[in-house]
Design a protein around this ligand. Structure first.
Ligand SMILES: Cc1cc2nc3c(=O)[nH]c(=O)nc-3n(C[C@H](O)[C@H](O)[C@H](O)COP(=O)(O)O)c2cc1C
Length: 254
């Protein structure tokens, strides 16, 4: 079968999951293409068109931000849904993968909302509990991606294998439904404004900063600008915490 996965990963957890799905699919002799959507800023219509026309399964993988899908992925999904309407004969099956740290607040229901206008059906939904990429009270850096604890990785691999087995058997694979979603939705509502204004709290300490500009270069949404010897976080910042977690001088705070 042919799989395509579009993913966004602020700090590596979702990328780790996407790459391990890729690895398992290849082991099982499937075709798979992974697309990091942060590198797809230009016109994506050709890529979308090809994946809609030729794939058996199309996946979307992302971290949970404030019990919701990150804006960059929401916008991408909108573009996907718009493009898909031109291909009514496509039978591609969609699946959603999300990583989170504490409470999975959106589940399949919220995610499906974004595909309401799409004739392609969501056949899979899996969530992966991982470490928290957001700064803790202790201000420690998070353990992320490849460095995730081994038991967490093992559990994730089992989930990945189960999902692939379901798809190979032609079954739907929907997980993550339960009472915890109520709590998550509540948290999502409370955090909604906080998440969108999170960028205002991002700060670079000029005394510890070495001006290596890694943070500016690696920002997935190009929202950190250095101008007049000052770092400015733009409104488009996802507060994904990549800059925070990767700064070798610990100069960034939130
Ligand atoms: C701005 C922000 C908001 C977050 N909101 C939530 C949340 O609502 N619920 C949750 O369980 N985890 C939340 N997290 C944790 C991330 O979803 C989790 O660490 C995820 O695995 C990070 O994936 P990534 O490394 O691919 O970016 C949040 C992290 C950030 C940076």
């Amino acid at each position: 079968m042919k799989f395509v996965i579009y993913y966004f990963s602020g700090t590596g957890n979702t990328q780790w999951v996407a790459e391990n799905i890729e690895k398992k699919l290849k082991e099982n002799k499937h075709d798979i293409i992974l697309y990091p959507i942060e590198k797809m800023r230009e016109d994506v219509s050709d890529i979308l068109q090809d994946s809609i026309e030729t794939s058996d399964y199309i996946g979307f993988a992302y971290p949970l931000y404030g019990a919701n899908i990150p804006r960059i992925m929401r916008n991408f999904i909108q573009e996907f849904v718009k493009t898909s309407s031109a291909y009514p004969d496509s039978n591609a099956k969609l699946f959603l993968v999300n990583t989170y740290a504490y409470v999975n607040g959106h589940g399949i229901f919220k995610a499906k909302k974004y595909f309401k206008e799409c004739h392609l059906r969501v056949h899979g939904y899996v969530n992966f509990r991982m470490t928290n990429s957001a700064p803790s009270k202790k201000k420690d850096r998070a353990i992320l991606g490849e460095n995730l604890p081994s038991d967490m990785k093992k559990k994730a691999i089992v989930k990945i294998e189960n999902m692939i087995r379901s798809f190979e058997d032609g079954r739907r694979h929907i997980q993550g439904i339960g009472p915890h979603l109520i709590m998550g939705r509540l948290i999502g509502r409370i955090l909604r404004d906080e998440i969108t204004s999170n960028y205002k709290n991002m700060h670079v300490n000029m005394e510890t900063c070495s001006k290596c500009m890694k943070c500016v270069r690696e920002c997935p949404v190009g929202s950190l600008v250095y101008k007049d010897e000052q770092f400015i976080y733009l409104e488009t910042c996802e507060a994904c915490m990549r800059c925070y977690n990767r700064c070798s001088k610990h100069a960034i705070s939130n």
